[in-house]
Design a protein around this ligand. Structure first.
Ligand code: RET
Length: 257
């Protein structure tokens, strides 16, 4: 039954990419990369120490939501060559707070409080909501909405690096948690900065002179940030697991999370 369903979906799918359509090509690559990564994280979660499995489950679900969304955005883009803005923001408003949850879950064995999760998630939803207004408002108002959106982004960066989460990590004795925190923190500063750059490439905005399609920038950003985030948690949890096995003979020296 499942096979018939798959065949029906495949028969309806538009699997043609116009020649020289680099942006269309990145829509395809992102679709498959995200779905593959989502399957990988979900399949691997049980091989990790229990305290990080939920974080990896969230990573897997993020990639699957985005992959399915890319499937639709790809079809829309190939047919119309317009930006699938609504789809993109529906995806982000779900997956960016979930990335925040993933980050929080990474740090909750180290003592992170739900208050931090609220700050991150509220900042993220603020950022996405005003960014959306900016994208649909047209060139005359996109800079002002973009600036308001950036305040939400700064709230997230602040909470991570200078707020309670940063302080918590200063006290953590687990080298793996500290490393993973640093990587994810840099993702938020460098990886997430890709998006405002893409936003500014829209016609009439500050970087429109570069003539780069914003979809190209967003597509690359999504693959880097969604897959990268999950991969860092996965690598960290694996090495923490290996480390605690190696020190199991001397329980006193097992790192305290
Ligand atoms: C998986 C999707 C992710 C990580 C999306 C992140 C999106 C942003 C960090 C968007 C940020 C924006 C600004 C900071 C200002 C201009 C408007 C946005 C929404 C593009």
């Amino acid at each position: 039954m499942f096979a018939t369903l798959l065949l029906q979906v495949a028969a309806k799918a538009d699997f043609t990419i116009p020649k020289n359509d680099v942006v269309g090509f990145t829509f395809f690559v992102s679709t498959f990369a995200l779905l593959a990564a989502g399957a990988f994280f979900l399949l691997e979660r049980n091989s990790l120490p229990p305290q990080w499995r939920t974080s990896l489950t969230v990573a897997g679900i993020i990639c699957i939501i985005a992959g399915v969304n890319y499937y639709f955005m790809r079809g829309l883009y190939i047919q119309t060559h317009e930006s699938p803005t609504q789809f993109r923001y529906i995806d982000w408003v779900l997956t960016v707070p979930m990335l925040c949850a993933q980050f929080y879950l990474l740090l909750s064995p180290a003592g992170a409080k739900t208050g931090s999760l609220w700050v991150l998630a509220t900042g993220a939803v603020w950022m996405i909501a005003f960014g959306y207004l900016g994208e649909i408002s047209g060139p005359a108002h996109s800079i002002i909405w973009g600036s308001i959106s950036t305040l939400g982004y700064l709230a997230v960066v602040y909470e991570v690096w200078f707020g309670r989460l940063g302080k918590l990590v200063d006290q953590s004795e687990s080298i793996d948690v500290v490393n993973a925190f640093n990587y994810l923190g840099y993702f938020i500063i460098i990886g997430w900065a890709i998006y405002p750059l893409g936003y500014m490439m829209a016609p009439g905005n500050l970087l429109s002179g570069l003539h780069i399609d914003m979809n190209l920038v967003y597509n690359v950003g999504d693959v880097i940030n969604k897959i990268g985030f999950g991969f860092i948690v996965y690598t960290m949890a694996r090495s923490a697991g290996a480390r605690s096995k190696a020190t199991a003979a001397e329980p006193a020296r097992v790192a305290a999370y």
